[in-house]
Write a protein that binds this ligand. Structure first.
Ligand code: FES
Length: 102
């Protein structure tokens, strides 16, 4: 039986998505009204942050799969288009699942 690859599936209507932490082997659901950073830090994952507004670059995180929805002002348009890193304090996902290098 083949499995659906959620990193290729478009984000559903409720705006929530899954975040898989590749190093930790954990998966979290990010609701529409919370940031990835908030969900992870509320779960006890130690993620560095400062401004929480997409400006300082402290929360820069490598993306291994899935497509981020960039809302920051830190990455250049070219860096955003590469879709291999994101600011988890404000950016979201365009796909049902993002795999992060955490
Ligand atoms: Fe400053 Fe995310 S915490 S850009």
């Amino acid at each position: 039986m083949s499995q659906i690859d959620l990193t290729q599936t478009p984000l559903g209507a409720d705006g929530s998505f899954e975040v898989q932490l590749a190093q930790r082997g954990e998966t979290y659901r990010v609701p529409a009204d919370q940031s990835i950073l908030r969900v992870l830090s509320d779960a006890g994952v130690d993620v560095p942050f400062a401004c929480e507004q997409g400006v300082c670059g402290t929360c820069l995180t490598k993306v291994l799969a899935g497509q981020p929805d960039h809302w920051d002002m830190f990455l250049t348009p070219e860096e955003q288009a590469a879709n291999n890193q994101m600011m988890i304090c404000c950016s979201r996902s365009q796909t049902a699942c993002l795999v992060l290098d955490i």
